[in-house]
Design a protein around this ligand. Sequence first.
Ligand code: NAI
Length: 328
Amino acid sequence: TPTPVTVTVTGAAGQISYALLFRLAAGGVYGKDTPVRLRLLEVPSQTGAAEGVAMELEDCAFPTLASIDITDDPAVAFDGAGAAVLVGARPRGPGMERADLLTANGAIFRDQGRAINDHAAEDVRVLVVGNPANTNAYIAHRHAPDVPAERFTALMRLDHNRALSQLAARLDAPVGELDRVVVWGNHSATQFPDVSYLTRGGAPVTDGLDRQWLEDDFIPRVARRGSEIIEVRGSSSAASAAGASIVHMRDWVRGTPEGSWATVALPSRGEYGTVPGVVTGLPCRSDGGEWQVVEGLEIDDFQRARIDASVAELVSERDAVHGLGLVD
Ligand code: NAI
């Protein structure tokens, strides 16, 4: 029998985890032949609720679920972890300023970055979901100097999927025929969902995507989809965020389909004029090893301005966490 993989999930009692953990336990990332050992990290007041989720996981009798451990100690949670999905974060409370939010989350992701550095498996793959996801991933990565930078990623697959579904509706195309969108920059309102390289059934799409529709409808719709979900559903995206996290990890571990792209936020090496170090959305492929940034794409002036604007926001978030002493 294959060796089980240890997967750590933080924020295990929250609403995203309630959708994520069941798919993870059912083999959604590693497949039907690789058992997973789940390590659930929660704050002390929520370990009881995580216990309840664990009971439900047991009741599913998933053949791929080897064990479940619950802890409030990051050193225990990340011990031997082959994958870590960092969902738990501090939401913005009433009267909380941006700096307070960055400070609260900065401390969480600093401590978890250190624990990953000291305790996780050598080839750990980290996905940060908790917001501000890109900057939280930056903080964790900067506190894990022994882990290669490209093993710290932040979730922008949800933005990518939102873009695909809007395009499918616009083009009246089955969503599965569309590929090669990319969402550059930050998982925030400044993000740039880009259709410049879009393909349908492998062929470039040229019709139906005029500049005015892109600027007035598509880009703001995708960028504000999270707020729209909150308005309509009454709480923030959960199952869609969990689904995007599963496919992000699955594609990383098992490879992107032939010819296909994913949007992955990872520490920039300066690709496409982005600022080195900041965790930005980039077009990526995986062969089951490391994420590889797609090379050789042409960038026009319109794209340049949009990419630069979102990366500038990432730089200001980076500067803020340095200013608060959260990263040296
Ligand atoms: P939630 O509030 O339902 O759950 C968060 C859980 O994290 C809570 O149970 C809380 O106790 C736990 N937690 C807080 N600090 C922790 C710590 N230090 N260690 C371990 N657990 C901790 O929130 P939900 O809806 O599950 O969302 C989680 C995060 O994901 C939020 O920050 C949200 O903004 C973000 N998000 C990101 C998306 C993306 O595309 N990147 C999409 C949707 C949500």
